[in-house]
Ligand binder design. Structure first.
Ligand code: FAD
Ligand code: FES
Length: 266
């Protein structure tokens, strides 16, 4: 954990309600891994005591630049969207245990839904020596972002939207399922809303493919001290609460218990 003040280099709208912010941080740019996040103190509103976690979207190590992409959903992200070049942010990070590449992995499928597309872009940027296929799901055309970035490192980009205005009309997991029935990767990595993650877990029952998922649980401290972010990890008969902020946010999909009595926790 490293708390520091960073300068905003750019903050711009890139899709409906979605913003990309670039900050300058030598520490984050040089040390962050895909799946890690920064924990941001929201300025100008003392009532917002809790920091807001936002995943790292990509880094430029030569220039010490760090990109984040965030959706405006409440007071904190609204304030972020109004910040301009030159303003400062108080951040902690990089935090959490991100994605990792097990030995022997050559071919990966990366899957993102909504604002979960943002963290998986960093996977492709960092590990572009791998054979990567991307699956991106959006609400619709006006919500879609960074598709061109994924095209740079992907062999193929599959797109879907809720309203059919871009790509396949329907859930991105349906497209993934169809592709898995004809071609299998060594590893799947995913981030998205809980309903997408649940659909992914259900689909994976049919296939013997390892999958890492990033959970976007509500957070407090972000550093393991408050237990706000706990999630049930293990098997139905043998599980433990783990902290998403420090043990995760990335876990093996088969270990994450999202249904039944655990639904309210995750
Ligand atoms: C590890 C991690 C990484 C994240 N990365 C990103 C990212 O890259 N881009 C991005 O847009 N968002 C990301 N999020 C979610 C982001 O942190 C929240 O959207 C943000 O904190 C909301 O702050 P707010 O003050 O605007 O909204 P609030 O006023 O706090 O909440 C507004 C609404 O959003 C809901 N909400 C808030 N936080 C979450 C959450 N974590 N999960 C589900 N619903 C939530 C609340 O229930 C409420 O309905 C991430 C969350 C985690 C835990
Ligand atoms: S957010 Fe405090 S323990 Fe995870």
């Amino acid at each position: 954990m490293y708390r520091h003040s960073v300068e905003i280099i750019e903050n711009k709208k890139i899709a409906s309600n979605i913003y990309k912010m670039t900050i300058i941080s030598n520490h984050v740019a040089q040390t962050a891994n895909p799946g890690q996040f920064i924990h941001i103190k929201i300025p100008y509103d003392e009532s917002l005591l809790l920091r807001r976690p936002i995943s790292i979207n990509g880094v430029n190590r030569d220039q010490n630049l760090v990109d984040i992409v965030y959706q405006v959903v409440g007071k904190g992200t609204k304030i972020l969207s109004h910040l301009v070049t030159g303003e400062k942010l108080d951040i902690l990070g990089p935090l959490g245990r991100g994605f990792w590449i097990p030995k022997g992995t050559k071919k990966i499928y990366i899957v993102g839904g909504g604002c979960g597309v943002a963290p998986i872009r960093f996977i492709g940027e960092r590990w572009n020596h791998l054979d990567i296929t991307s699956f991106l799901g959006f609400r619709g055309q006006s919500w879609a972002y960074q598709i061109d970035e994924f095209e740079k490192f992907s062999i193929k980009v599959f797109l879907s939207s809720d309203d059919g205005s871009i790509g396949f009309k329907g859930p991105i997991i349906s497209l993934l399922d169809k592709q898995l029935s004809i071609d299998k990767p060594d590893l799947i990595m995913a981030c998205g809303p809980i309903h997408m993650i649940k659909a992914l877990q259900k689909t994976l029952i049919k296939y013997d493919i390892p999958c890492q998922i990033s959970l976007e649980e509500r957070m407090g401290c972000g550093i393991g001290g408050c237990l706000v972010c706990t999630c049930a990890i293990g098997s139905k008969n043998n599980w433990n609460y783990k902290k998403v902020c420090t043990h995760g946010p990335v876990f093996w999909s088969e270990e994450v218990i999202l249904d039944g009595e655990f639904e309210t926790k995750c």
